[in-house]
Design a binder for this molecule. Structure first.
Ligand code: SF4
Ligand code: SF4
Length: 440
């Protein structure tokens, strides 16, 4: 068990967690009665649902809401679907929450057995894995990916999930690296680890690079700069430069899936209690946060805050029924007296955010346009798209302006506007082509 006060973050240099040489195994936490899985809603919702309340499901079974739905979840338990209800995530992103009542007699779904590794196979079966791998860049012919970076360091403070995976699941990571190379054709794979700890990885089939332990060195944009020597121009991303990122847990999960012939369904995460105590735990994907807190007798009082992810970049949740997802690397519980509540105070131009920003953005100017909802102006003239989303500006702001949340909302809204403009342009082109074909 590791112990560190959340208030330790007020040091002038803030550091990632480094694990002790001998890492204790995660404690197992079981879901009490149900699990809930968030299925993204982006399929053809006019089609007939592929399953419904009352259906039985097996552990490892793929659940896509509609026929031909590209999105899916993997049932992490054997049981009966008890409800399917709408759920609104960050910024109103739509999901269907699929609740499954657990049956004690586990049955394993066999459909992944004997799958030959291929990009199509991993996209069809291994997207809802612990570590949340995303394969879209590898499948996009417009991206020309030449390097895959495996992140063995968590991108937020107090969270040591990926550091643990690198120390404990090296054989699975090695197998996952071999599969990634085969299915993507990408030869250059780099594993980034914490600090100077790059000894002992000679056999894994990837270059190994140690990262600076000062936050926010593990964010992709800084890994690009510090490890690969590439600076990402504003408005572009790592994939535009031919580099895609995947977490160490996702790579280990791919390796384990093929080694065992079954899809892994348990998630490693770091639980940080109010007193700063950190525990590594392993639980079934979909387990309600309430079950984890109950196991350790952690009481939540009014106005305490529960954050999924880490203290700098995570998102607050408002229900103890919220489940652990494939990407939940951390749960941080803050006492109401430690939580940095936002305020209505105006910016006092102290300049702290500007001095602290690693992207050298004039944050005090940017925030004025974000507060006014002028997102395009913020992107065009105040470097919104150069922000690497470290959250340091919110952390240092004396007026407690929720700058980081404004930035995420602005980027989300701009992205949404761009996507719907692109969809409209495609529809117009298709309609014009159809008319021309009819005329001809
Ligand atoms: S989150 Fe704030 S401090 Fe971090 S890069 Fe963006 S503007 Fe700068
Ligand atoms: S830290 Fe907050 S108050 Fe100070 S200049 Fe930045 S936005 Fe304004």
């Amino acid at each position: 068990m590791l112990k560190k006060s959340f208030l330790g973050l007020t040091n002038s240099r803030i550091e990632y967690e480094l694990l002790p040489v001998k890492v204790p195994n995660p404690e197992k936490v079981a879901a009490a009665k149900t699990v809930t899985l968030f299925h993204p809603k982006n399929g053809d919702q006019s089609a007939a649902p592929a399953f419904q309340t009352g259906d039985r499901v097996k552990t490892g079974q793929k659940l896509a809401l509609y026929a031909d739905d590209p999105a899916y979840v993997i049932s992490s338990v054997t049981g009966t679907i008890s409800s399917i209800s709408p759920y609104s995530g960050d910024f109103g992103k739509a999901y269907s929450a699929i609740a499954i009542t657990i049956d004690k007699n586990e049955e394993l779904d066999q459909s992944f057995d004997n799958q030959t590794p291929s990009l199509d196979a991993v996209m069809a079966h291994l997207s809802f894995l612990p570590g949340n791998p995303v394969y879209s860049a590898l499948a996009d012919p417009g991206k020309e990916i030449h390097t895959i970076v495996i992140t063995g360091v968590n991108d937020d403070l107090l969270i040591s999930t990926r550091q643990y995976i690198v120390s404990a699941a090296l054989d699975d990571i090695k197998k996952g690296i071999g599969i990634l190379k085969d299915i993507s054709g990408v030869d250059r794979i780099i594993l980034v680890t914490a600090g100077e700890s790059i000894q002992g990885y000679g056999h894994i089939g990837a270059e190994v690079k140690g990262l600076d332990t000062g936050y926010p060195a593990a964010l992709p944009q800084l890994i690009m700069k510090d490890v690969l020597g590439e600076v990402i121009p504003a408005g572009r991303n790592c994939e535009d430069l031919g580099v895609c990122f995947i977490s160490a847990e996702a790579v280990a999960s791919i390796g384990k899936a093929y080694a065992d012939g079954r899809i892994p369904v348990t998630k490693i995460l770091t639980l940080v209690s109010k007193d700063g105590t950190q525990r590594l735990i392993e639980t079934t994907i979909g387990t309600p946060i309430r079950d984890i807190l109950d196991k350790y007798g952690l009481a939540i009082n009014e106005e305490d805050r529960i954050i999924l992810g880490g203290p700098m970049r995570g998102s607050a949740i408002y229900s103890l029924d919220h489940p652990v997802g494939p990407d939940t690397d951390g749960i941080v519980i803050l006492d109401r007296t430690d939580a940095a509540y936002t305020s209505d105070y105006p910016c006092i131009n102290c300049g702290d955010c500007v001095r602290a920003c690693p992207a050298r953005i004039q944050v005090h100017m940017l925030v004025r346009f974000l507060e006014a909802g002028q997102f395009e102006e913020a992107a065009d003239n105040y470097d919104l798209l150069s922000c690497i989303e470290c959250g340091i500006c919110s952390f240092v702001c004396v007026s407690r302006i929720p700058i980081f949340q404004y930035i995420k909302l602005a980027k989300y809204e701009l992205d949404r506007a761009q996507t719907s403009a692109a969809a409209e342009a495609t529809e117009t082109t298709e309609a014009t082509e159809a008319m021309e074909a009819t005329d001809a």
